[in-house]
Design a protein around this ligand. Structure first.
Ligand code: ATP
Length: 236
């Protein structure tokens, strides 16, 4: 059984249908990439899976449980964390306070403390800057903070929306290395990216979206060699 199973999903903004019957699955331990041009529907899918938006039709099954109508904060407690597009850190709060907020569904203080140490180990720069307000961090550091905050909920699966957006090439490589590490440490990853080359470089499998539909899916390595993918998404 897949860890996450999305079936025939349809999502609307008013009268406009953004997602037109999409199905995909994510298995435990995989890194799955959703790639596609601006406006293809990637962000809408992540919002719907993590309970921030409602679907009109279809179902979302997480670890065998139907979460189609479960609200976002409950989905976090089930073990799914979302790193939103544009990071959305609380810029007035310190790095430490932002991280603590990520643990809002947890109660055991010792466990929260242990996870915090794990996050600091993965992102030494966050520990160095733990007292600094988040708004004063660079874009790459804010992305790390958004990822660290998601890890504070101790998720089984992490949904990441455009983590490389607006970052310098050096930071992009660093962020992708960190995603690989998060995956190696046992967290399943669903990754939305416009940087298809980088995303396919770390993914096991990928789905290619066009205007609310999946037009291609497969093994990431094979998609990297696919002529239509090369032409449309890899700039080759
Ligand atoms: P991006 O990388 O720009 O976020 P995306 O692939 O994530 O693109 P979505 O943001 O999910 O795409 O948008 C999918 C479709 O839904 C687009 O046609 C977009 O114009 C439309 N859409 C998105 N947000 C809204 C909204 N708030 N109101 C109306 N239409 C919207």
């Amino acid at each position: 059984m897949a860890m996450l199973e999305v079936k025939n999903l349809e999502v609307y903004y008013g009268m406009i249908q953004a997602i037109k019957g999409i199905s995909f699955e994510v298995n435990q331990g995989e890194v799955i990439a959703l790639i596609g041009a601006n406006g293809a529907g990637k962000t809408t899918i992540l919002h719907t899976v993590s309970g921030l938006m409602n679907s009109k039709a279809g179902s979302i099954i997480f670890e065998g449980k139907d979460i189609t109508k479960v609200p976002g904060h409950k989905i976090v407690s089930l073990g799914m964390a979302h790193v939103p597009e544009g990071r959305r850190v609380f810029s007035e709060l310190s790095v430490y306070e932002n991280l603590k907020l990520g643990a809002f569904t947890r109660e055991d203080k010792q466990e929260i403390q242990d996870t915090l140490q794990m996050v600091y180990k993965r992102f030494p720069r966050l520990e160095e800057r733990k007292k600094q307000t988040a708004g004063t961090l660079s874009g790459g550091e804010q992305q790390m903070l958004a990822m660290g905050r998601a890890l504070m909920s101790h998720p089984k699966i992490i949904l990441m929306d455009e983590p490389s957006m607006g970052l310098s090439p050096l930071y992009v490589s660093e962020i992708f290395n960190i995603i690989k590490e998060i995956s190696s440490s046992g967290t399943t990853v669903l990754l939305v990216e416009q940087n298809a080359k980088k995303a396919l470089g770390i993914a096991n499998r990928a789905y290619v979206l066009e205007t609310g539909k999946i037009v291609l899916e497969g093994n990431a390595e094979e998609l990297l060699k696919d002529d239509s993918v090369k032409k449309a998404y890899l700039g080759e």
